[in-house]
Design a protein around this ligand. Structure first.
Ligand code: AMP
Length: 499
């Protein structure tokens, strides 16, 4: 998963890169591996250099200094925060990706493509374009570059439609076409989010921002205009004229990823006009109804509800409210340690859990605690946290997941690679709540059901989110899956290198 941003505004007041930088700060939660910005200055197009870029491994604030941002001149810019699913730590894989020919094109990409191997081969064999990185974003850029025959909207549209027809998977993209302007498009199912905002400029025209989430729009004073539609291409030229069209070639319905609401997006964002905060509250309410049945039957009694910080705070507060139990923050997070999943070996991840959270013994001692987390993936964190709370003197520990059991790998951007690593799958593909309770050494484990997840999203989206992508829960993938096995093998080799 990654965060993308694109900005286009006044040529006289070209601060696009500065806005992209500040926007990326608000998208830091979407990826902490690397960051980058590419800008383009129309005024310099007859000079020595009109594209400017800076990118590197690390957090946004470490990659960019004030002089670096000032060197990124121009009224159009794109930016990226990276969460790697392959090639973690490779400087060559850091985005934006750019090509000088034709016209000068740069892109930033959120998502993963499933038929990466096939696309890469076709590019090499048929188009004589060799990959220089392990990134699927590079193949999207090369496909685009090969098929674009001019800088008009129609030219871009034809090339993007060729991507829609040949490249399967998830891609939300922002890009710069030299001499052209800013463009953005989303795969035909809209698996990854992308939103459009606008801001009135001093000359009366509108400047535009596209971003993975609404959080940078609000931060930078852009008004939310709309979500970019699945299969839509948007192009904003130098004169700030916006043109767009939606691909009609594939008769598919939108399949936005459920995990954006459950875990990934920022709580203050709205995705597909559906508030992330509201969705998480509702996930808590739905779970409360399930736990209330256990309480009524006398199978469970609890003294308090506590979140595993940070994401699950909202859901835990909704759950506590509905059950009429006290909400307590009994795990205090060391905010200077990165999310554990970013660490690339199991040993690193396990050690990091110890460093990250400290229990509030005075609130835990002698109590029965319901711990709420957004999801259980490998189970590493959950088992450690349960141990931590027990050691702090809890009488009993129940563990609740706002996400249903994750049993299948994600090919659309999340690093859930091997089925047998997923605790809810195990070697046979499916473990029961009782089995997982034993493995985590909990007194009980309760998952959201698929139906209640659907209810929660549908309720707070007023029916707009009808059929989210739940492939990691059901194994039913919405796209063509040719190439998935090859992608898994590639990832396996890549991970072998970094363990
Ligand atoms: P685990 O120890 O794998 O069960 O991880 C539990 C927590 O880390 C949950 O909050 C997950 O949402 C998060 N998490 C685990 N793996 C990943 C991943 N590959 N990408 C994003 N989040 C993850």
């Amino acid at each position: 998963m990654c965060g993308v941003i694109g900005v286009i505004g006044n040529e006289e007041n070209s601060e696009a890169a500065k806005e992209a930088f500040l926007g990326l700060i608000t998208l830091q939660h979407r990826g902490q591996d690397a960051a980058g910005i590419l800008s383009y200055d129309f005024a310099e197009s007859n000079g020595v250099q009109s594209f400017h870029h800076a990118k590197n491994l690390g957090l946004v604030e470490n990659v960019f200094t004030r002089p670096v941002i000032e060197s990124l001149r121009g009224s159009v810019a794109i930016g990226h925060t990276r969460y790697a699913t392959i090639g973690r730590g490779n400087v060559a894989d850091v985005q934006p990706f750019m090509l000088n020919y034709p016209y000068g094109i740069g892109i930033v990409h959120n998502g993963n493509i499933v038929n990466y191997g096939e696309v890469k081969q076709r590019l090499a064999k048929d188009m004589h374009r060799m990959s220089m990185t392990s990134s699927d974003s590079e193949t999207i850029l090369n496909w685009l570059a090969h098929h674009i025959e001019g800088t008009s909207f129609k030219h871009l549209e034809k090339a993007v439609h060729s991507i829609f027809e040949n490249i399967h998977g998830a891609y939300s993209i922002a890009g710069i076409l030299g001499e052209g302007g800013l463009f953005a498009f989303r795969d035909p199912m809209g698996i990854r989010p992308l939103v459009l905002g606008k801001k009135k400029l001093s000359n009366g025209k509108f400047g535009y921002m596209v971003a993975s989430e609404t959080v940078p729009l609000h931060f930078m004073g852009y008004e939310f205009d709309r979500s970019v539609q699945p299969g839509e291409l948007i192009y904003i030229n130098r004169d700030l004229e916006l043109t767009s069209s939606v691909y009609q070639g594939k008769n598919v319905e939108p399949r936005p990823c459920m995990f954006e609401w459950v875990y990934f997006s920022s709580a203050e964002s709205e995705i597909e006009n559906t508030p992330v905060y509201g969705a998480r509250l509702e996930l808590g309410h739905q779970l409360a109804d399930r736990i209330a049945v256990e309480m009524k039957a006398g199978r469970l009694q609890a003294d308090l509800v506590a979140p595993v910080p940070d994401t699950s705070r909202t859901a835990a507060s909704g759950l506590a409210e509905r059950l009429g139990l006290p909400y307590r923050e009994v795990l205090i997070k060391n905010r200077y340690i990165k999310r554990t999943f970013i660490l690339n070996s199991q040993k690193n991840r396990e050690e990091a859990v110890d460093l990250k959270l400290n229990p509030v013994v005075s609130e835990i001692k002698g109590k029965t605690v319901i711990l709420v987390d957004d999801s259980i993936v490998r189970g590493t964190t959950s088992r450690k946290i349960i141990q931590l709370v027990r050691r702090a003197g809890a009488k009993k520990v129940y563990f609740v997941s706002t996400c249903p059991p994750i049993r299948f790998p994600c090919y659309y951007g999340f690093d859930f690679p091997e089925q047998n690593e997923l605790i809810a799958a195990g070697p046979n593909g499916s473990r029961t709540e009782e089995e997982i309770t034993k493995m985590l050494d909990a007194d009980g484990v309760f998952y959201q059901t698929l139906d209640s997840l659907g209810n929660a999203l549908s309720k707070c989206s007023l029916g707009l989110v009808k059929n989210p992508c739940t492939a990691c829960l059901t194994g039913k993938y919405p796209t063509d899956m040719k190439g998935a096995a090859e992608l898994t093998a590639l990832r396996r080799t890549d991970r072998g290198k970094s363990e």
